[in-house]
Design a protein around this ligand. Structure first.
Ligand SMILES: Nc1ncnc2c1ncn2[C@@H]1O[C@H](COP(=O)(O)OP(=O)(O)O)[C@@H](O)[C@H]1O
Ligand SMILES: [Mg+2]
Length: 465
């Protein structure tokens, strides 16, 4: 408004100057001889000249900032927001200041939008769940990178197509179509076979605009494969434990019933049955202890007391514990001199427990007349402790599974020897919780060698002692 008034003023000034100049020129040309008149004429011409000049300046003082303004507006439209500088009339200055304020506001809004967009893009790119957005016609408008990984489709080719065109999964398509048709949330767990076997929890939710209009659906696909696998392992574990408990419980019940039904009064059978009851209870206690150990090691609730550990000490401690058993079974138990072996970095009690399990097995699965040997060596950044026997050995097809919980090559033999089927899985967990591992070499009928590999104690810790 003010700008238009300013322009009108300048144009009026210029027009008036033009008219007056023309009048004066006419008067002079008319040959008015009178000196006074001439003087007046000259004054008028001078005044008019001034007026013309002034009008011109006023006009340019207005048009220049206007040109600036329109250039700046054009730049702004091209995405280069900038303020305009102006030392013109107060009114024009005000207008320019308003323009500049508008530019600053627009710039802030654009920066905010940019930041929001980048945040959204970062969230979409890094979320582990797959995210798809479909319009009301079921056409894909957005696909995040996780979808590319989970469903094996590329965003570039998927966008603009319907879901069934890019993912050939009819259940998924049906779920999405139901959400679009009925405008309701739909959740289902689906099995995927391509690009690999997965279990997906898919959730489709309708999206509505401000006025409640249906804009399409957002589909989130969560990969729950590992979760379901863990569930399955847990179920299997519970089934196994129940089974392991049922057997000794059944025999305890049978023994107790036999005693109740008269065997208790039999001077020979009575004590024998009681003896078997005691050994069944011992077996149960062993199983419960192993289960507790395993769960403590697996859950990490039993914190490792890390310190440099001498493998020689460990070997001697375990050998001392088993010497009477070995003698009783007629097996030679030999321990190498391990004093030159570097110290391991670990929890001594746990390492002893692991070696106990290995020597226990070696003695159990080696017939009388055989030998068991404990040896050790440094193996790069690890320390190795091996338990070798000249026993039954393990057939190649069983080797990959013997570290599984409850896996036994010969179930009845293991049970007869008081085994729980948990010894080796405890050894494996102790090794991995130390950042090490356990290896096995075995030849059926010749013997086995189990090697525990544990990281070395750091030099500076050993040196400081
Ligand atoms: N030194 C060995 N010689 C032969 N077989 C072995 C040896 N150590 C382990 N095994 C086999 O691996 C199985 C699993 O061992 P483990 O987990 O200690 O359970 P168990 O309680 O049966 O000893 C055993 O049942 C046995 O079949
Ligand atoms: Mg065992």
């Amino acid at each position: 408004m003010r700008l238009r008034r300013g322009l009108t003023l300048a144009l009026a000034l210029q027009a008036a100057a033009t008219l007056l100049a023309a009048g004066a020129a006419l008067a002079i040309a008319g040959g008015w001889g009178d000196a006074a008149l001439r003087a007046t004429g000259a004054a008028a011409v001078a005044a008019l000249g001034l007026a013309w000049g002034l009008g011109g300046r006023v006009a340019s003082a207005l048009t220049e900032p206007l040109r600036e303004l329109s250039d700046a507006a054009r730049d702004g439209a091209d995405g280069r927001m900038r303020a305009v500088r102006c030392e013109s009339f107060a009114e024009v200055r005000e207008t320019i200041a308003e323009f500049n304020a508008m530019v600053a506001r627009a710039d802030r809004t654009i920066t905010d939008l940019d930041r929001g967009k980048s945040t959204l893009e970062a969230v979409l790119a890094h979320m582990s769940d797959g995210l798809l957005i479909l319009d009301p016609d079921g056409v894909l408008v957005l696909v995040n990178p996780a979808v590319e990984r989970i469903l094996g489709v590329s965003a570039a080719t998927a966008i603009g197509h319907s879901l069934i065109e890019v993912v050939h999964h009819f259940e998924l398509d049906a779920l999405v179509r139901q959400a679009i048709r009925e405008h309701v949330p739909v959740t289902r767990e689906l099995k995927l076979h391509q690009p690999e076997h997965r279990v997906l929890r898919v959730q489709a939710n309708p999206v509505r605009g401000r006025r409640g209009e249906f804009l399409g659906i957002v589909v989130a696909a969560q990969d729950v494969t590992d979760l379901r696998r863990t569930d399955l392992i847990r179920q299997e574990f519970i089934a196994n434990v129940s089974h392991e408990l049922r057997t000794p419980l059944a025999s305890l019940r049978a023994l107790a019933e036999t005693l109740r039904d008269g065997a208790a009064r039999d001077p020979e059978a009575g004590p024998r049955f009681l003896g078997r009851i005691v050994s069944e209870i011992d077996r149960l206690a062993l199983l419960v202890n192993d289960l507790l150990d395993l769960s403590a090691i697996e859950s990490g609730s039993a914190k490792l007391e890390m310190a440099p550990v001498s493998m020689g000490e460990v070997a001697r401690e375990v050998a001392a514990k088993f010497r009477p058993v070995a003698e009783r079974r007629g097996i030679m138990l030999r321990v190498d001199d391990l004093d030159e072996v570097p110290e391991a970095w670990g929890d001594e009690a746990r390492l002893v427990q692991a070696v106990v399990n290995l020597v226990d097995n070696a003695l159990k699965y080696t017939p009388a007349g055989g030998a068991v040997r404990i040896s050790g060596r440094a193996a790069r950044e690890l320390v190795a402790l091996s338990v070798a026997d000249t026993g039954l050995g393990i057939a190649a097809e069983h080797l990959p599974r013997i570290f599984e919980r409850f896996y036994r090559v010969d179930r009845s033999r293991s049970r007869a020897l008081g085994g729980t089927g948990l010894g080796l899985s405890i050894v494996k967990h102790i090794a991995t919780s130390h950042g090490g591992r356990v290896e096995v070499h075995s030849v059926e009928g010749r013997g086995s060698e189990f090697t525990l590999l544990i990281p070395r104690a750091p030099e500076q810790v050993v040196a400081a002692r």
